[in-house]
Design a protein around this ligand. Structure first.
Ligand code: ADP
Length: 153
């Protein structure tokens, strides 16, 4: 019997998708056959960068690679299952990320049996990059393109 394709679902807000996220995806492509980037959105919470634009920018970033981008709302574990992903992918920057990820990964494995979360430790030079900081810089007119793997158009 053929081994099942290893598909990782990488969930996040990606508001915006940064070079830190790109690094996680590039490294994951060495481990998985396909990576699906899931932009989670909540109809009651306004985004800073529009979801349609962010989807296009991420698609451009990984053109020609086995990477898909989907927007979703609802439970991450359910959408991962719907997309036939057998792994969740997350990045770990620090102990704060760890505390949160520790419990959420247990819950996800409880919700969907066998759904394992794989964590990649951030590359040190990218660890300080956070979407929140980039949004704040951009809001006050700072050019943030050095932190992003695409140009804002
Ligand atoms: P969330 O809203 O789910 O925290 P984010 O879009 O902020 O989503 O991040 C998605 C994932 O990417 C998380 O696992 C987060 O830890 C990871 N991540 C965020 N910034 C970086 C970075 N600079 N380097 C590596 N991983 C990161």
């Amino acid at each position: 019997m053929a081994t099942p394709k290893k598909i990782a679902f990488f969930p996040g807000s990606f508001d915006p998708f940064t070079k830190g996220h790109e690094d996680i995806v590039q490294r994951a492509l060495l481990l998985f056959d396909e990576v699906i980037i899931g932009i989670g959105h909540n109809a009651n919470k306004a985004r800073y960068f529009p979801i349609e634009k962010m989807t296009q920018w991420i698609e451009q970033t990984f053109e020609g690679k086995p990477v898909k981008v989907v927007a979703y709302n609802g439970l991450t574990a359910n959408i991962a299952r719907e997309m036939n992903a057998n792994f969740l992918l997350r990045g770990l920057r620090n102990t704060t990320d760890f505390e949160y990820e520790n419990s959420i990964s247990q819950v996800n494995r409880y919700l969907v049996q066998g759904l394992e979360t794989i964590f990649l430790i951030t590359s040190p030079h990218l660890a300080p990059i956070s979407s929140t900081i980039i949004r704040d810089l951009h809001r006050y007119g700072t050019n943030v393109e050095e932190f992003l793997p695409y140009s804002l158009d």
